[in-house]
Design a protein around this ligand. Structure first.
Ligand code: ARG
Length: 477
């Protein structure tokens, strides 16, 4: 940093300092100008900044602070600037610090002195808080659409696999048979809660900070309810100090995004296991995979692996925002400029991950025979045999002990319970009769028996899918 009164490395005073430089006796150090700028990343919400300014000017004209002609000049100028940005002809300047001053400076360049009136009764503090809320609201709406698409894909795949039987696991050890459709519906439920959380978060995002000005409000006769209505906000933020300073709505979003990523990461982990040569439960089409530059046989599940990895960045983004906020006294502090990158990163990562999943899920191909084979290994029907004995009057703990002994015999003979003879089974209990093979020891008997709401029977899964379609309609009404 330079200290001379005429520093060579400084931005010229007619640049940024033209907007706030009145009390300064030297220009900003060039490094400091770059270090404190945010335009490199906040230009992303130029559209929201312009929409917010148009609403503000419209409100100012309504209450008589601007004339209608001034309002119209401002709106026209801002619309042209939006076109310039979208055409790629707008020159973003680091020396103008952020998206707000870049656009305002260009406005004054285009329409003259009227441009300088736009900032009446507002501050960049309430302006930036408004922009982020508008931006995040739109992103939440897009993310909800992706969630809906993924959920529909899961229901479609589940409907095709109501009768597909696979082993269900606890401790990653074979536990009981389940239907693949049922497993997919478990994923669906996780996403229902994720969607509810985002929709709930959106309610708190969608409040208008504008009108809070720097921190205390403004002396002009503003109509905040009108600005809120123009921008589609549900309500205004009630307290100006709170409105310009808190970013809890962004933290909440990052928490909801973290939970989405945690769920996608768990699903990814299962897909990675299931596509391995050891499991072979499903195939992921080649277009979602890549190969190895050395091992010719490799087809790697890159998309799920990457999503499992990316979950870490989003958790980090959440911690960044929490840490950013925790030490700040009221009201706005420059710290808050650091809210943007962790928020944008979480948005981008969750969007990309959901997009990949929404494309990939309907394309998954289950290996139905292999899943069935796997369910036949690992004594998955042992609980069913115990339940069979309970229905014949044996106390559950005793039944557990009896079946445990039968399993030990199966282990010794390398046979499933269904492959033992009736005589062998009867050594452990004479209550076991020939009907045991149909009633307890087939995979179908096992899944069909779990015939209540939330259970894995094909009948229940079919009903759950039908209900899920109705629930989706309500969720995204
Ligand atoms: N670029 C700033 C930010 O992102 C805008 C608000 C600046 N306000 C201020 N008083 N310096 O937070």
């Amino acid at each position: 940093m330079t200290t001379s009164s005429n520093p060579p490395n400084s931005v010229t005073p007619d640049q940024t300092s033209g907007m706030w430089g009145g009390r300064f006796s030297e220009a900003t150090d060039a490094f400091v100008a770059e270090f404190t700028a945010s335009v490199q990343f906040d230009q992303r919400f130029y559209k929201q900044d312009i929409a917010g300014s148009i609403a503000h000017a419209t409100m100012l004209a309504k209450v008589g602070v601007l004339t209608e002609a001034e309002r119209d000049d401002i709106i026209e100028g801002l619309s042209t600037i939006r076109s310039e940005i979208e055409a790629g002809t707008f020159e973003w300047r680091i020396d103008l610090e952020d998206v707000h001053m870049n656009i305002e400076s260009r406005l004054t360049q285009r329409i003259g002195i009227t441009g300088k009136k736009l900032h009446t009764g507002r501050s960049r503090n309430d302006q930036v808080a408004t922009d982020i809320r508008l931006y995040l609201r739109d992103e939440i709406d897009d993310i909800l659409k992706l969630l809906e698409r993924l959920q529909k894909g899961l229901l479609g795949l589940a409907a095709k696999n109501v009768n597909t039987i696979m082993p269900g696991f606890t401790h990653l050890q074979t536990a009981q048979p389940v239907t693949f459709g049922h497993h997919l519906l478990a994923w669906f439920e996780m996403l229902v809660r994720d969607s509810e959380r985002l929709q709930d978060c959106r309610k708190r995002v969608n409040r208008l900070p504008l009108g809070s000005a720097a921190l205390a409000g403004t002396t002009y006769p503003i109509d905040r309810a009108y600005t809120a209505e123009l921008l589609g906000f549900d309500a205004v933020c009630e307290n100006s100090l709170d409105a310009v300073s808190d970013r809890d709505f962004a933290i909440e979003f990052n928490a909801a995004a973290s939970l989405i990523m945690m769920h996608l990461s768990r699903m990814s982990e299962e897909l990675i296991l299931w596509t391995s040569a050891q499991f072979k439960f499903v195939n992921i089409p080649d277009r979602f995979c890549t190969g190895s530059s050395i091992m010719p046989q490799k087809k790697n599940p890159d998309v799920p692996e990457l999503i499992r990895g990316k979950s870490g960045r989003v958790f980090g983004d959440l911690i960044s925002l929490l840490t950013l906020m925790k030490g700040q006294p009221l009201a706005y502090n420059k710290d808050n400029q650091e809210d943007k990158e962790p928020l944008f990163d979480a948005i981008d990562t969750v969007r990309g991950s959901l997009m990949a999943f929404a494309d990939m899920i309907p394309a998954l191909v289950p290996n139905i025979e292999i899943m069935r084979e796997a369910a036949l290994r690992g004594f998955s029907t042992a609980t069913d045999l115990a339940d069979y004995l309970v229905k014949k009057g044996v106390a559950f703990r005793d039944a557990h002990e009896i079946v445990g002994k039968a399993v030990a015999l199966g282990v010794a003979e390398e046979k499933d319970l269904s492959e033992l003879t009736l005589e062998q089974l009867q050594q452990f209990s004479d209550l076991i009769t020939a009907d045991v093979f149909d009633k307890a020891l087939t995979l179908e008997a096992s899944v069909n028996a779990r015939d209540h709401i939330g259970g894995t029977s094909p009948k229940q899964v079919e009903a759950a899918i039908a209900r899920a379609h109705t629930r989706l309609e309500q969720l995204y009404a």
